[in-house]
Design a protein around this ligand. Structure first.
Ligand code: FAD
Length: 490
C-alpha cells in the first residue's frame, strides 16, 4: 500500500490517518501548528479554567467508536462518553423556560406544559425528522456524491423517492411554521438547528429539518473530560498505529507533475508522496498550495457558512438553573439572520449560547466557579470592523444574559478571552473563519460542495468540514471515511 501524506491534524485529518493506517498505509500528518485538533483544540485561562475552543455539541459518537473497532481496539479503553439528559435549557425572550429532555415523550410533554402545543404534534414532527434522516443519510452523508456508482444503489433510489415529501422547495422556517402554527417559540427552537451547519433557517431547505433527529432521536453526548478528548484519544490511537505527526511543519506546496501529485514541500524538506489528503480548508488548499493549478472556481465561490464570536469567561459563581447547553433566544430571530446573511453584521438583540463543561467535568473550573463558553452566530469575515463588532456583541450578550438571569453577569467575569472570525481564520486556515465550510442555504448546496477527490489531479484527496458531506464533527468523520474508501478502492 502507498504511503499517504495528510495535510492538517483537524478531526477529519486525524480520522483519515487512523483509517488509512488501520488498512495498512504508512501515514505522515503535517500540521502547521504546534499541536493537533484544529478547531477542536483546548486552552486554559488564568485562575484554573479549561475550555474547549470550538465544538461543544457531540452527536453520533458511534462514528468515533467505529475508528477504534476498525483498529481492533475496545473504544472504552480510550474514549468514554455519556448521553446528556437534559440536553439543553432554553430561555425565551418572553421569560418562558423550557428543558429539552433526552426522552422524546418527556420533551413533548414539557412542550405541551410550557408552550401549550399538544405533545402529539411534537412527536409527529420528530417522527418525520427521523424518517427523513433514515431515508437520506446513507446517500447524502456516507458516500461520495460525485462518483456515478453512488447513484446505483437501492438506498439512493429510496432517498430520491423521499424527496417530494421532504419539501425541497420550502424553507426550514416555513416547514416549522406549518408544523407549529400556534407557537412562534417552538418554531424558533427548531429553526435554530439550521445553525448546526452554519445556515439560515429562512433560506435553508426544509430537508435540514431532519437535524433535530440527531439530538432528540439519537442523542446528544458528553465525552469524559470534554470534547478535546475526541481528538486526543484518536491521536493516541493513530500513534499506536504508526502514524507520524509532524507539528510546526505547514505544507507550503503540493507538488504535481503530469496530472498527478508527486509530493509535498514544507520549509524543512520536500517529501515524495503519490497520495495526498488535504484536511486544510479547500479554498486555501487551492489558493496557497496549488497556485499554478486551475481551481474549481464555481465550487470555491459558494457562499460561506456563518462564523462565531466566542467569549470564554471564567465565572465566579455557580448557576443551578443552567446546564451544559443553554440557549437564550432573542426576540426577533428573522432580524438576526438578516443581519448575518444579508447585512453581514450582528443584530442589536442576539441569541446567546452558553456551554458550561464544568457542570460535567468539575476540574474545568475552581470550586464554586464555572467556565462559560459564550457564543453568538455572526457572519464570516469579509473585512468588517471586528473590534467594533466585538464590543457591540459583548454588550448585547450581557444585556440578554442579565435580563434572563436577573443578575449583572459582567461583575462575575474573572478571566476572559475572545475568538473572532479573523482569529478562527488565522488559527485554523478556514476561509473567512467560516465554521462549516460553505453554507447549506440552497437546495443544491450538498451537490456544490467540493468532492473528496480532485477531478484534475490524480492522487489528491480532501477531507474535513469544507468538503463533502459538510462541517461539524460527525460529517468530518464521515468525510474521512469516504476519502479513505476512495484511496483504498483506487
Ligand atoms: P480543522 O479543525 O479546520 O483543522 C484543520 C487543520 O489543518 C488545522 O489544525 C490547521 O492548523 C491545519 N492546517 C491548515 N493549513 C495547513 C497547512 N498548509 N499545512 C499543515 N496544516 C495545515 N461542530 C460540531 O459538531 N458541534 C459543535 O458544537 C460545533 N461548534 C463549533 C464552534 C466553533 C466556535 C467552531 C470554530 C466550530 C464548531 N463546530 C462544531 C465545527 C467543527 O469544529 C468543525 O467542523 C471541525 O472541527 C472541523 O474539522 P476539520 O477536519 O475540517 O479541520
Amino acid at each position: 500500500k502507498q504511503p499517504v501524506a495528510v495535510i492538517g491534524a483537524g478531526i477529519g485529518g486525524i480520522a483519515a490517518a487512523v483509517r488509512l493506517a488501520a488498512t495498512g498505509h504508512k501515514v505522515t500528518v503535517f500540521e502547521g501548528r504546534d499541536s493537533f485538533g484544529g478547531k477542536m483544540h483546548q486552552f486554559d485561562l488564568p485562575g484554573g479554567y479549561r475550555f474547549d475552543a470550538g465544538p461543544s455539541l457531540f452527536t453520533l459518537p458511534q462514528l468515533v467508536d467505529e475508528l477504534f473497532r476498525l483498529a481492533e481496539r475496545d473504544p472504552k479503553d480510550y474514549f468514554r462518553y455519556e448521553r446528556l439528559d437534559p440536553i439543553t435549557q432554553y430561555f425565551f425572550a418572553d421569560g418562558t423556560r423550557l428543558t429539552a429532555w433526552a426522552d422524546e415523550d418527556k420533551f413533548a410533554h414539557e412542550v405541551e406544559q410550557k408552550l401549550q402545543v399538544p405533545a402529539a404534534e411534537v412527536r409527529r414532527f420528530l417522527h418525520g425528522a427521523r424518517r427523513a434522516y433514515e431515508a437520506t443519510a446513507s446517500t447524502f452523508l456516507h458516500k461520495s456524491l460525485h462518483r456515478p456508482q453512488s447513484y446505483l444503489s437501492r438506498d439512493t433510489l429510496r432517498a430520491v423517492a423521499e424527496m417530494p415529501r421532504l419539501g425541497l422547495l420550502n424553507s426550514m422556517h416555513r416547514r416549522h411554521q406549518r408544523a407549529f402554527p400556534q407557537d412562534a417559540r417552538l418554531v424558533q427552537l427548531f429553526d435554530r438547528f439550521a445553525t448546526y451547519n452554519g445556515s439560515d433557517p429562512y433560506q435553508a431547505p426544509a430537508t435540514l429539518s431532519m437535524i433535530p433527529h440527531l439530538e432528540h432521536g439519537i442523542g446528544a453526548f458528553y465525552p469524559e473530560g470534554g470534547i478535546y478528548s475526541i481528538a486526543s484519544s484518536l491521536v493516541q490511537l493513530a500513534e499506536e498505529l504508526g502514524v507520524e505527526f509532524r507539528y510546526n511543519e505547514p505544507v507550503e506546496e503540493i507538488i504535481t507533475a503530469g496530472g498527478r501529485v508527486t509530493g509535498v514541500r514544507t520549509a524543512q524538506d520536500i517529501y515524495d508522496f503519490t497520495e495526498v489528503v488535504s484536511n486544510m480548508d479547500v479554498v486555501p488548499t487551492y489558493r496557497r498550495l496549488l497556485p499554478k493549478q486551475p481551481a474549481p472556481e464555481r465550487t470555491l465561490g459558494q457562499p460561506r457558512s456563518s462564523s462565531a464570536l466566542i467569549f470564554y469567561w471564567g465565572i465566579g459563581r455557580e448557576f443551578a438553573e443552567l446546564g451544559v447547553h443553554n440557549i437564550f433566544f432573542s426576540a426577533d430571530y428573522r432580524r438576526e439572520f438578516e443581519a448575518i446573511f444579508q447585512q453581514k453584521t450582528v443584530a442589536d438583540d442576539v441569541t446567546v449560547y452558553v456551554n458550561i463543561t464544568s457542570k460535567k467535568t468539575p476540574t474545568d473550573a475552581p470550586n464554586g466557579h464555572e467556565n462559560w463558553f459564550v457564543m453568538v452566530n455572526v457572519p464570516h469575515d469579509e473585512g468588517q470592523d471586528w473590534a467594533a463588532l466585538t464590543q457591540h456583541t459583548r454588550a448585547a450578550v450581557l444585556r440578554r444574559l442579565n435580563q434572563a438571569l436577573g443578575i449583572d453577569v459582567e461583575t462575575l467575569i474573572r478571566a476572559e478571552r475572545v475568538w473572532t472570525p479573523p482569529g478562527i481564520a488565522a488559527d485554523t486556515s478556514s476561509q473567512g473563519g467560516a465554521l462549516y465550510g460553505s453554507s447549506s442555504n440552497t437546495m443544491m448546496a450538498a451537490f456544490l460542495r467540493h468532492p473528496n477527490f480532485s477531478r484534475k489531479l490524480e492522487g489528491l484527496y480532501f477531507c474535513g468540514g469544507s468538503v463533502h458531506p459538510g462541517g461539524g464533527i460527525p460529517l468530518c468523520l464521515l468525510s474521512a471515511k469516504i476519502t479513505a474508501d476512495l484511496i483504498n478502492n483506487s
